[in-house]
Design a protein around this ligand. Structure first.
Ligand code: EPU
Length: 351
């Protein structure tokens, strides 16, 4: 039975900013065949379409005057397995963290550092989700998508996805055209590539072990259980990032900007504590640091504001409209540009 289309659907519970907008039409689909049925239906054929997962990277600034499709195809298939590796094919509609949890329980390594990231599996390749030294592109082998232009299904390899920092072909050449249907991941079994070097992660895990009367130094790094890493990541994230169920937000609102080495050195003279990480294109500076430096951390503007533990996150205190939140983000971007000469950009998809 193909997805039932409803009129004037409230989207408040379908976006993590909890912005109160409506979709002219809405449907939820559970397979690519249902999706094709809806898209081929002459009634909706010429309408603008928006495909959503958990709505965790979207800021709606107005009602959507077209068809919103929520993808809920949430299967996990083991396409290949041996002693050292496993290949999973996963439906785009599965909650990303459900997948991480499943993999940690099964002892499949490679995505444990990406624990607790909101959103669905299908949304993950779009912005190449990353956290604590791991990125989705470390494990993706293929992505299958439906092209909205010709309604054909295509499968592309990791290389063709053109992954970059919070970037991919789905945000560029295929923007607005590709509906990701499923994602194939290559994960490890038995021996894993444990990553603990980012930020406080090792300290966080050491503290967890201390509390259990153990020492992290007594455990060989590649023998640290995946669920301990997951636990440390979850504790670390929850110490800084607000929970969607308590406070509407979309995770990092801005991308961390990359400046030239010369610009970085110049700034470092003015701000000796300026953090920065070398990347291919120059030096990446944490936008959270920049925004805090400009005095925005914890500040409120009407019904929205800047989170008090992580300045990269904008929050809805309950009744903010998308436009109010966008306005706050514009003011912050202008202020940062004026004070530090750096242009920061939203990471969130503003609609
Ligand atoms: N910092 C500040 N003030 C702040 C926030 C951060 O000074 O208010 C400084 C911290 O001291 C730290 C540095 O900035 O030295 C980096 O902070 P953090 O480790 O929290 O990481 P981030 O660069 O701010 C990125 C991702 C997050 C991800 C974390 C952890 C982006 C845009 N964001 O944030 O992703 O969880 O790293 O890996 O790259 C998301 O995309 O929604 C998200 C939460």
């Amino acid at each position: 039975m193909s997805g039932v289309v409803v009129d004037r659907k409230p989207l408040k519970e379908l976006n993590t900013f909890r912005v109160n907008v409506f979709a002219k039409y809405f449907t939820e689909i559970y397979s690519k065949y249902e999706l094709l049925d809806v898209l081929k239906n002459p009634e909706y054929k010429d309408l603008p379409k928006l495909i959503i997962g958990e709505g965790s990277n979207i800021l709606f600034t107005k009602n959507f005057k077209g068809l919103v499709v929520k993808l809920s195809n949430n299967f996990i298939d083991e396409a290949y397995i041996d002693d050292k590796s496993v290949t999973l094919r996963v439906g785009a509609g599965l909650s990303w963290d459900e997948l991480v949890k499943h993999c940690v329980i099964k002892g499949y390594g490679g995505i444990e550092n990406l624990s607790d990231i909101p959103g669905t599996v299908g949304a993950a390749p779009v912005q190449n989700i990353g956290a604590y030294g791991a990125e989705l592109n470390d494990v993706v082998s293929y992505v299958e998508y439906l092209d909205l232009d010709d309604l054909e299904v295509h499968e592309i390899s990791r290389k063709k996805c053109k992954f970059g920092y919070r970037n991919s072909i789905f945000k560029n050449e295929l923007k607005g055209r590709a509906v990701i249907l499923n994602v194939e991941l290559d994960l490890t079994r038995g021996k894993h590539d444990i990553k603990l070097d980012y930020g406080n992660l090792r300290d966080r895990l050491a503290k967890i072990y201390e509390g259990e009367g153990k020492s992290i130094d007594d455990i060989k790094e590649d023998e640290i259980p995946l669920h301990d890493i997951r636990r440390a990541v979850i504790e670390e994230r929850r110490s800084k990032l607000p929970s969607y169920s308590e406070l509407g937000n979309g995770g990092s609102f801005f991308k961390n900007p990359v400046v030239s080495v010369e610009q970085y050195n110049e700034m470092k003279q003015k701000f000796p504590n300026l953090p920065g990480y070398e990347v291919e294109e120059g030096i990446k500076i944490p936008a959270g640091w920049i925004i805090e430096q400009c005095g925005w951390k914890g500040r409120k503007m009407g019904n929205c504001g800047v989170h008090d533990k992580q300045a990269l996150v904008l929050v809805n205190y309950g009744f903010a409209t998308g436009l109010e939140i966008k306005e706050l983000s514009d003011i912050i971007m202008d202020d940062v540009k004026r004070k530090l000469g750096i242009q920061i950009e939203p990471e969130i998809n503003i609609i």
